[in-house]
Write a protein that binds this ligand. Structure first.
Ligand SMILES: NC(=O)c1ccc[n+]([C@@H]2O[C@H](COP(=O)([O-])OP(=O)(O)OC[C@H]3O[C@@H](n4cnc5c(N)ncnc54)[C@H](O)[C@@H]3O)[C@@H](O)[C@H]2O)c1
Length: 251
């Protein structure tokens, strides 16, 4: 059985990593997937691969930090499908830095993508999620939104805000039967973490702090997104699900 049969879904940051795995899984589960990313070539490559497998996808280059990109995207979806059944608000970046030396430009860039972009998508997708009658908005938070780690204070601040946004929107969108939930990945092997996980001493320490003794895969996160996007979670809203191998639960 296809768990997203005939649903219309949007995934941001779907050109790589968690977003790409989510787009692939959702397409295989019968959804029409809007594959969007700031990297237009990556969206075209992903869409071509899925199209060749007979899946139903549309590639759209979108920078979530630009209002005009998001506006144009929502108009396109409205004209083609008139609704969104699920949105995976996933696009994000990381700027690792000593907080004391972080430049204004570094902070603004981080905020514009991780916070302003997520807020823009959550706001501008509202009419299409409402039109669904059973919309699901899934925001990508992080284990770092509730914990501290050197060089990740600013990143963690943006992710903590996503957790708060999720709770607020769960209440605000509930009258429209739109569920709003967050995913909080731990350490997942993607381009975002590739460089730092190659530092053996660092990755060994992280693995010691992870009860399941491995890093996550993009597919691990995609499966959790599928649960929230599907009709299998109709009474769950305002929740945050950790996908971290038990890291947040451990001492
Ligand atoms: N990898 C992890 O360990 C981890 C842990 C917790 C949370 N997350 C979050 O998961 C999400 C996905 O991360 P990932 O690990 O797959 O990273 P990734 O770098 O592999 O993929 C991120 C994608 O987002 C795209 N992107 C970047 N800026 C964009 C913009 N302005 N507009 C549209 N697309 C943009 C990139 O081109 C890329 O394709 C992020 O929000 C990240 O913060 C990741």
């Amino acid at each position: 059985m296809q768990r997203l049969k005939d649903k219309v879904v949007l995934v941001t940051g779907a050109g790589a990593g968690i977003g790409l795995a989510t787009a692939k899984l959702f397409a295989a589960q019968g959804a029409h997937v809007y594959i969007t990313d700031i990297d237009g070539d990556a969206t075209v490559t992903a869409a071509a691969e899925l199209d060749a497998q007979g899946y139903d996808v549309t590639a759209v280059p979108v920078d979530v930090s630009l209002g005009q990109d998001v506006n144009a995207l929502m108009h396109m979806i409205d004209s083609k499908h008139c609704r969104l059944d699920a949105v995976v608000n996933n696009a994000g970046i990381n700027v690792r830095c000593d907080f004391r030396n972080m430049s204004d430009a570094e902070w603004v860039k981080l905020r514009e993508v991780n916070l302003d972009g997520v807020i823009r998508i959550a706001r501008d997708a509202f009419p299409l999620l409402k039109a669904s009658g059973r919309g699901s908005l899934i925001n990508m938070a992080s284990i770092m939104g509730a914990r501290g780690m050197r060089t990740l204070a600013a990143y963690g601040a943006t992710k903590g805000a996503i957790s708060a946004l999720t709770r607020g929107l769960a209440v605000e969108y509930a009258p429209y039967n739109i569920r709003v939930n967050a995913l909080a990945p731990g350490f997942i092997e993607t381009g975002l973490t590739e460089r730092v996980l190659k530092i053996k001493a660092f990755s060994d320490t992280l693995l010691e702090q992870t009860p399941l003794r491995r890093f996550g895969t993009s597919e691990d996160v995609a499966q959790a997104a599928l649960f929230f996007a599907s009709d299998e979670s109709p009474f769950i809203t305002g929740a945050e699900l950790a996908i971290d191998g038990g890291m947040a639960a451990a001492l």
